[in-house]
Design a protein around this ligand. Structure first.
Ligand SMILES: [Zn+2]
Length: 296
């Protein structure tokens, strides 16, 4: 096949065929330019995998990415996370670009469904790693401590995609691009996150049965993070394609939602419309036009 990046013809390493590509060394198609391709049999289904995470986001949002990926709180997952980030179907490259852009242009308040007069520079964490703002390190320490007390292994910590902390509001964002929310009905580890009954309206059994493991973890951990920081308000934002609304209908029956502790489903197109309305840069629009085909 011809390399999409440099146009060179790539000679396949046929003995690697038939297995999935989990690193550059396991790809059948490895181009000398650094790009490689997943091992799908048909060329059209092959994912392009660039040589480094930075190459998969616009230059404007490259600074800081390498550091964050090397420190992501789920230690066991770090190499895989970095590898997946390089794919043209990465679930992480788009959120990084969008939130980093909002952070850089001091518009993170746009993730909220209401007009707000919040400070323009909140603390921000990506995958649990401090990434700017007024004072993100203590937030990261609190997150680790909550995880430890919940009994999570150091190698398997909950890793909220994005956390934004204002003086009186903690927002945890769980992002989906093309895929739906993670569901693992009956998973035993669920119980650990259901230890505070006031956060839920349904029984442990009912919540475990419907299986929204990732959302439950983020709800439990985000709520405690807000409490520990003395923030009155906590918001779990589920950002993704329109079909997440079906999940919202279920989890809003399970979570004990109050005016101060809320769950918001936010469609990508709604967020992008808000960003567009407040003015966006051509590089940003160009990137999203190419990368958001799967989630509209
Ligand atoms: Zn190439």
């Amino acid at each position: 096949m011809k390399c999409e990046e440099c146009g060179d013809e790539i000679r396949p390493i046929l003995e690697l065929a038939g297995r999935s590509a989990v690193s550059r060394d396991t790809c059948v198609y490895q181009c000398a330019c650094g790009t490689c391709y997943s091992n799908a049999r048909s060329e059209r289904s092959r994912r392009k995998i660039v040589g480094s995470p930075e190459l998969n986001v616009p230059a404007e949002v490259q600074p800081g990415l390498g550091h964050v990926l090397s420190q992501a709180v789920n230690e066991r997952n770090r190499p895989t996370k970095k590898w997946k980030f390089c794919s043209d179907r990465s679930e992480d490259a788009v959120p990084w670009t969008v939130f980093r852009y909002l952070q850089g242009t001091r518009r993170l308040g746009l993730i909220l469904s209401e007009e707000s007069s919040l400070a323009p520079e909140p603390s921000v964490l990506f995958w649990g790693v401090p990434a700017g703002g007024s004072d993100p390190e203590p937030v990261a320490d609190q997150l680790k401590d909550i995880s430890r007390r919940l009994g999570e292994r150091v190698s398997g910590r909950t890793e909220p995609d994005v956390i934004v902390v204002w003086s009186n509001l903690v927002v945890v964002v769980e992002v989906k691009l093309g895929s739906g929310n993670d569901r693992q009905p009956g998973k035993r580890a669920f119980e650990r996150y259901l230890d505070k009954p006031y956060l839920y309206k349904q029984s442990t059994a009912a919540i475990m049965e419907s299986g929204y493991y990732e959302l439950v973890r983020n709800w439990r951990i985000g709520a405690e993070l807000a409490e520990r920081r003395g923030c009155q308000d906590f918001r779990l934002v589920n950002l993704g394609p329109p079909r997440l609304a079906e999940d919202t209908a279920v989890v809003t029956q399970q979570f004990a939602i109050t005016p101060r502790r809320r769950f918001d489903c936010l469609e990508w197109r709604v967020l992008l419309r808000r960003i567009g309305a407040s003015g966006s840069d051509p590089w940003f629009d160009h990137y999203l036009a190419r990368r958001m085909r799967f989630s509209r």
